[in-house]
Design a binder for this molecule. Structure first.
Ligand code: HDL
Ligand code: ZN
Length: 420
């Protein structure tokens, strides 16, 4: 029978936890944001907030016209339509809609006027670099990990030209096309000067793939390597993905002391007509992750999985393998009641040896709502957990709570990555 802390002692205690959670700076270990040096690749402002693919998926539910009718509209017309359908004709009560309102409110804009033109005018007066600082401060984020792909034709030339880095933005090397679409990717590597053959048989090919990984790890200063995996991904397996992982990616990560971040559970393009919004979720067979952690004990693995139903097994796997670090309530899981369920389960099963959340932000301003909404849930879960401890006479000091929350907000990840 759980007894709640006496109301008198609970309130200051709860306020103490809330204060620590709200002021602990965050390392956001997975986003789709870019160093401002990437210019237009860094999305920000009201129009990018409103055409976020989460909102596109939701607005199509109210549209009867053919999909192409929406896609043929100019961006501002798409934004106006989304605003009208999801904010004016219907209350912005979904997590993605509420997030926009949370962000506008935090930026000091008066949302009750529902005046989209006035909001646009405000954003038009902002400068990107200053806005980066403002959003990071309002979100309490001290470091942003990007998703950096050599296979992105818009991103690659910026890296090849080299530029002055903004130290608040760290790099992660994203290699889905290399591992999941080898047939299409091998000719690209060959064009870039790597002597690879399509059939994965020669030692030379694997050496050249490792050289490609070394070159890009060095060029971007990658802190980890990342692959998003389909829900039917298997390992071991007799396919290109398994051969490339075993013959090039994992040896590279071991040699460099880099974690390999695996993100299983995506069903890409279940509805291609809604484009980036068209990906779905599938139940993953986590024996693939288990086999990788067991077969490669000298490799470090990070993981986040997309299906709610995989979360408990992921926690059990994490208890078995100290070379596995799990993170975040990813994508379709980033809604308050699932964030609470998953965070509570992870604390109960793993204590503090995981990273509680990542934002996955695609638009700079989203940092504000994704972290504000998360901190609220984390506060409630932590009040309960520290109250449970206090019931037994174990009172956690302010320093201990600050240490613990720092672990959940990126400290455990940084120690996991430590190559020392
Ligand atoms: O593959 C990924 O990193 C996913 O996060 C996708 O980018 C997805 O479209 C997304 O933005 N989820 O939040
Ligand atoms: Zn992502």
């Amino acid at each position: 029978m759980k007894t709640i802390l006496a109301e008198t002692s609970r309130v200051p205690f709860a306020r103490q936890i809330e204060e620590v959670v709200n002021r602990t700076p965050i390392v956001d270990i997975h986003t789709h944001l870019y160093d401002p040096a990437f210019k237009s690749l860094l999305l920000w402002g009201i129009d990018d907030l409103l055409v976020y693919h989460y909102l596109v998926a939701e607005v199509f539910r109210y549209l009867k016209e053919p999909y192409e009718t929406f896609w043929a509209l100019p961006k501002q017309a798409q934004v106006d339509l989304i605003w009208d359908q999801l904010f004016i004709q219907h209350s912005p009560i979904s997590e993605a809609c509420r997030g926009v309102i949370t962000t506008l409110h935090a930026l000091g804009l008066d949302v009750k006027k529902r005046d989209l033109p006035a909001i646009r005018t405000w954003f038009a007066g902002q400068k990107p670099e200053a806005h980066v600082t403002r959003c990071m401060e309002l979100a309490g984020v001290k470091k942003i990990f990007m998703t950096n792909s050599p296979f992105d034709d818009a991103e690659r030339p910026v890296w090849e030209k080299r530029f002055q880095r903004d130290q608040r933005f760290a790099a992660a090397l994203r290699i889905d096309p290399l591992v999941l679409s080898w047939r299409e990717t091998a000719p690209r590597l060959a064009r870039w000067g790597y002597q690879v053959e399509k059939q994965l048989s020669s030692r030379k090919t694997f050496e050249e793939v490792k050289r490609f990984l070394r070159d890009w790890t060095k060029r971007i200063g990658a802190h980890y390597v990342m692959i998003s995996l389909p829900s039917d991904f298997q390992f071991p397996a007799k396919n290109h993905a398994a051969k490339l992982l075993e013959g090039a990616v994992l040896p590279h990560c071991r040699a460099e002391g880099l974690p390999l971040a695996l993100m299983p559970g995506v069903r890409r393009a279940v509805n291609p007509q809604i484009r980036l919004a068209g990906d779905g979720v599938g139940l993953s067979n986590l024996s693939a992750l288990q086999n990788l952690c067991a077969a490669f004990p000298d490799n470090k693995f990070m993981a986040t999985v997309l299906a709610r139903e995989n979360q408990h097994e992921l926690c059990v796997l994490t208890r078995k393998f100290r070379n596995l670090h799990i993170f975040g309530c990813w994508w379709f899981l980033n809604v308050p009641h699932l964030v609470e369920e998953i965070t509570r389960m992870r604390i109960e099963m793993l204590g503090l040896s995981f990273t509680a959340q990542h934002s996955d932000a695609r638009v700079l301003d989203q940092l504000i709502y994704k972290w504000q909404h998360f901190r609220k849930v984390a506060t409630e879960v932590l009040i309960e957990k520290y109250s449970d401890l206090a019931q037994t006479g174990w009172h956690s000091s302010q320093e201990e709570i600050e240490r613990d929350v720092g672990d959940l907000f990126g400290g455990a990840f940084e120690r996991f990555c430590d190559r020392g």
